[in-house]
Ligand binder design. Structure first.
Ligand code: PGA
Length: 252
């Protein structure tokens, strides 16, 4: 059975003290009332080492929101996959639409990042998703397929086993406009088919595919009830422990 996961993406929110307080609050709530799914929080780089010391890692996994496309060296301001791993983090989000749109991350750059993250023992939460015009033109399937092919198709099946996919329609991110559960199910099933063609039926069956985009406690249960939706990647609602736990509890 593939793993069900609710992952939080804090984006560029919370200073260090606020981040520590949020991690502490979440840790208390989830140790008192154990989740029925995997839980991961992905924080800004500077929070990672501190948060790693706070959370019970048997309940909450820790991840970064990005890593460099180079191994090490003279790349001022960058943070390598090895550095991320050394903080105690086990995951990294790669290919988020904000990174693609605002920081020019291409499938080729993301391929390098994925390779380095996996080589350093990180699990990759790889984001894919179409913009509104592509959805309106009915091109969402070809867009997500190209994103997967461009960055993941050089992996071996063993490497691919450490990849989690997150389908995030760009028009639903931070907009309050969620994809319907039917829309999510339809494209998640398509994505699983793409994975089956390349990595085989078992790998496809084992792939966790998260939905992201305005997921909240009020709609999580309906989305997660779909057979191909294995959890969520949560932005805004991950910034409040009660809201995030409300989404985690949708698996109960
Ligand atoms: P949102 O963000 O939940 O705030 O829409 C999701 C994401 O970008 O991962």
């Amino acid at each position: 059975m593939r793993k069900k996961i609710v992952a939080g993406n804090w984006k560029m929110n919370k200073n260090l003290q606020e981040g520590i307080a949020l991690a502490q609050e979440l840790n208390e709530k989830l140790t008192a009332d154990k989740p029925a799914c995997g839980v991961v929080i992905c924080t800004p780089f500077i929070h990672l080492a501190s948060v790693a010391g706070i959370i019970d890692k048997s309940i909450i996994g820790l991840g970064a929101e990005n890593c460099a496309d180079k191994e090490k060296g003279a790349y001022t301001g960058e943070v390598s996959a090895e550095m991320v791993k050394s903080t105690g983090a086990d995951y990294v989000i790669l290919g988020h639409s904000e990174r693609r749109a605002y920081y020019g991350e291409t499938p080729e750059i993301l391929k390098e990042k994925v390779n380095l993250a996996l080589a350093n023992g990180l699990k990759v939460i790889f984001c894919i998703g179409e913009v509104l015009e592509e959805r309106e033109a009915g091109k969402q399937n070809e867009v997500v397929k190209a994103q997967i092919e461009g960055s993941l198709f050089d992996l071996t099946t063993e490497q691919y086993a450490n990849v989690i996919l997150a389908y995030e329609p760009v028009w639903a991110i931070g907009t309050g406009k969620t994809a319907t559960a039917e829309q999510a199910e339809e494209i998640h099933a398509f994505i699983r088919g793409v994975i089956a063609e390349k990595f085989g039926a078992q790998a496809a069956e084992d792939t966790t595919i998260l939905y992201g985009g305005s997921c909240k406690p009020s709609n999580a249960r309906e989305l997660f009830a779909k057979p191909n939706v294995d959890g969520g990647l949560i932005g805004g609602a991950a910034l409040k422990a009660d809201d995030f736990k409300g989404i985690i509890d949708a698996w109960k």
